[in-house]
Design a protein around this ligand. Structure first.
Ligand code: C2E
Ligand code: CA
Ligand code: CA
Length: 748
């Protein structure tokens, strides 16, 4: 037979019901014996079951020990009853009974103490209210009549009152337990049921005893019987008896059930008082009045706690709405608020630092998102040390952060920005790996920016400029990006016209063979001839173009203009290169446009080179690699530009489909010590079968260094500045008179 669905607990319930019927069928000593054996068996089972428990084992053992005292009391009572043939009250049995309550109390206290996830003071106040209300009820029903009954011997009265004391322990335990939300599910319900049953039995018994109505075998015995059984059932539910890991992280607050029991408990004393007054009975008035006042005070305290809880949760909600979940920093909305507040105060200088981590995507790709998240949290913690105002540091999303500087901090923004870069650069040690972060930072000041949005945009643009300049550095919008002669806003609003009204021109700068100085290629560099402000360099307007999608239009124009110019020139074998922003590659269509332009111009793709800046924000390396591959399939070569400006994507060297590597011009200007890197780098490039080109050769000393390194190709003011096409071509014509050297840029 399959007994699984019934299980041990089902069996116990069945035994309990059958046993109870049997108990009432039996008589005298037999009934007593049967009672004691049953209770002993039930408690034995419960005690054995506690061995399967973990965190709450001791608590349950105390509770069972308390019940065991009741059993010993029962047995002693039976024994005395049998031996004396009379109701043995009070007797030694009562000592056992009474000692059970404190043990029970200890168990309940332990059960409610362990595993509390939070300090829920409200629950304690609730428990106090319920205990007080219950005590008032006990007082009216049992205690006062007992205490005042002069016919009963004094010892009897003391013992009877002690029982009500025990019941107060029960009520308090129940109240605390129910408030703490500790044991959820069945075990909780069963334990509560066991305690309530016992309490009801106690009170009924006490009331009956007053009238000497109780004898053994009274129906009230069924309540105690059931109480024992319920306790065993509770312990036999190990999963629930033990598991109550507090699920709520916040106090549960005033639930309906809680409020109802509080109302009930709170009205007991005043109602009893009222009833007494109506009946003209005023003997309890003083006690009930005190209880009423005490409960009243507690209720007021409880209301205050509720108000406090509401306030706390309102503040928690507000914090959630205004802060980033991962780092706890202010979010964009909150940050904008802070800026507005700072800007409104007349004495405040306001500077925003806009920070974007360099190559964060690589960290995510390489180590996974948990590591990326851990790194963001660490960076956030470091940024917090910059300013004493918590909400002056924000996470704007992804790997972008911002810091608001006011007052003295704002006035020393440059050193703060230096410091910020320094602390970001500290290695992040994570359980699995060490990450070396770096960031590009843009700063902008509120003066002249007008509103918050413009201020943020300026800081963003300055940050972008820092990226372009080689990452791991900061740029000031005011000092490096915008400038006095022409405001940023003017520049940005005029730029679309630059393209439409033919204000863009190209200059060409030679790349030469180091060996014999012959020009092997010309790099096209764009300029903007502004009708009012004169010539503007690409470093100033390309970032604006990149920020809007204007870069696509300008980029297309550059390719077309360079190809047309080169194709119209008299036959020569020099190559032509143009710069392409990685952002142009992000969107489809670049390769198609390039193919069309090559066809239309008739220029040999084998003599065309696309330069992609290494130091720009390449967000999606895989995608860029794919587009570069497509470009090379057209027969066009690809140069990785400005290598070494940030050293960030040295890693890309081996993986990107490229032909040429241009070493950043900053190498030439670096102190000797840092140039030590150059030979190794050149070797690496050669080992990868790529052609190295060195930039920024300004002096004969530079030239000598390049020779020493054995780099075949170089570019710089030492060989020639960027000049208009005609001029560049004239010097080429001059060069044609000299026989060609071996070092032209290899094709393919
Ligand atoms: P780049 O690609 O590294 O271009 C070389 C830059 O270095 C040019 O500045 C050039 O004038 C400068 N230069 C050449 N030789 C020397 C030297 O010996 N010493 C020093 N200090 N500088 C030298 P330019 O023309 O201002 O261009 C700046 C940057 O703007 C370029 O850097 C390139 O990244 C970008 N750029 C230029 N034209 C375009 C374009 O048509 N499209 C895109 N997307 N970017 C462009
Ligand atoms: Ca270039
Ligand atoms: Ca370059």
């Amino acid at each position: 037979m399959n007994v699984r669905p019934l299980g041990g607990r089902g069996l116990l319930v069945a035994l309990s019901v059958v046993g109870l019927i049997l108990y009432f069928a039996l008589d005298g000593l037999a009934a007593d014996m049967f009672w004691n054996v049953y209770v002993l068996a039930v408690l034995g089972v419960a005690a054995a079951a506690t061995r399967r428990l973990g965190r709450h084992r001791r608590a349950w053992q105390w509770i069972i020990a308390g019940n065991l005292c009741f059993l010993i009391g029962d047995a002693t009572y039976s024994l005395l009853d049998f031996a004396l043939g009379d109701d043995p009250y009070p007797s030694i049995a009562d000592v056992f009974y009474l000692s059970g309550y404190p043990l029970l109390g200890v168990g309940l206290a332990r059960l409610s103490r362990t595993g509390a996830a939070h300090r829920d003071r409200g629950a304690w106040v609730d428990a106090a209210i319920i205990t007080l209300g219950g005590t008032a009820l006990l007082w009216v029903l049992v205690m006062a009549p007992t205490a005042g009954d002069n016919a009963v011997p004094i010892l009897d009265r003391v013992v009877a009152l002690s029982y009500t004391g025990g019941d107060m322990i029960l009520i308090a335990g129940l109240a605390v337990l129910s408030g703490r939300h500790l044991l959820r599910g069945r075990a909780f319900a069963l334990l509560m049921a066991s305690l309530v049953t016992m309490l009801v039995a106690d009170v009924v018994y006490a009331v009956m005893s007053l009238g000497e109505d109780y004898t053994l075998g009274n129906p009230v015995d069924a309540l105690w019987w059931t109480s024992y059984t319920l306790l065993a059932l509770a312990v036999l539910d190990p999963q629930h008896a033990d598991s109550p890991k507090p699920t709520a992280t916040r106090p549960p607050g005033l639930t309906t059930a809680r409020s109802m029991s509080l109302v009930a408990a709170a009205i007991v004393a005043p109602v009893a008082l009222l009833v007494g007054v109506i009946d003209g009975e005023t003997e309890h008035a003083a006690v009930l009045l005190i209880a009423t006042i005490a409960i009243f005070v507690l209720v007021v305290g409880r209301l205050q706690l509720v108000a406090g809880e509401l306030d706390a949760s309102r503040r928690a909600l507000e914090h959630e709405a205004n802060h980033d979940a991962l780092t706890g920093l202010a979010n964009r909305t909150r940050f904008a608020h802070e800026i507005e507040g700072a800007a409104a105060s007349p004495i405040h200088d306001v500077v925003v630092l806009y920070l974007d981590l360099d190559d964060f995507k690589t960290v995510n790709d390489l180590h996974g998102h948990p590591v990326g998240d851990a790194m963001l949290v660490e960076i956030a913690d470091r940024l917090r040390t910059i300013t004493p105002w918590p909400d002056h540091v924000a996470r704007l999303g992804g790997d972008e952060f911002a810091v608001l500087l006011t007052g003295a901090l704002a006035r020393s923004a440059p050193s703060v920005a230096d410091e910020l870069l320094r602390i970001v650069r500290e290695p992040v040690e994570l359980p699995q790996t060490v990450v070396h972060p770096a960031a590009s930072v843009g700063t902008a000041s509120i003066s002249g920016a007008g509103d918050v949005a413009e201020l943020m945009r300026r800081a963003d643009v300055a940050m972008y400029s820092a990226k372009r300049a080689g990452k791991d550095r900061w740029k000031s919008f005011e000092a490096d990006v915008g400038d006095g002669a022409m405001t940023w806003l003017e520049l940005r609003s005029d730029l679309p016209l630059a393209h439409e009204r033919d204000q863009l021109t190209l200059e060409f700068q030679p790349v030469v063979s180091v060996e014999d100085g012959r020009t092997v290629s010309l790099e096209a560099l764009v300029r903007w001839d502004h009708p009012v402000h004169g010539r503007i360099g690409p470093d100033r307007f390309i970032p604006i173009a990149e920020e809007s999608r204007l870069i696509d239009d300008i980029g297309r124009w550059v390719v077309r203009a360079a190809l047309r110019a080169a194709a119209s020139a008299p036959a020569t074998d020099v190559d032509i290169s143009v710069n392409v922003s990685p952002r142009q590659l992000e969107h489809g269509g670049f390769v198609d446009d390039l193919r069309n332009e090559l066809t239309e111009s008739g220029f040999d793709p084998g003599r065309f080179i696309i330069e992609v800046t290494e130091s720009s924000t390449i967000d999606d390396v895989d995608h860029v690699a794919k587009v570069l591959g497509d470009i090379r399939r057209l027969g066009v070569r690809v140069a990785l530009d400005d290598l070494g400006a940030g050293f960030a994507s040295l890693r890309h060297l081996g993986s990107l489909p490229i032909d040429i590597v241009k070493l950043d011009r900053s190498f030439m200007r670096r102190p000797m010590r840092e140039r030590d890197l150059l030979p190794g780098l050149v070797e690496l490039i050669r080992a990868l079968k790529l052609v190295p080109v060195i930039e920024g050769v300004e002096t004969p000393a530079h030239h000598a260094l390049v020779r020493e390194l054995g780099v075949p190709l170089a570019q710089g003011y030492h060989y020639g500045r960027p000049v208009p096409f005609d001029l560049a071509w004239r010097s080429l014509a001059h060069q044609r008179l000299v026989p060609a050297g071996p070092d032209r840029l290899p094709i393919g």
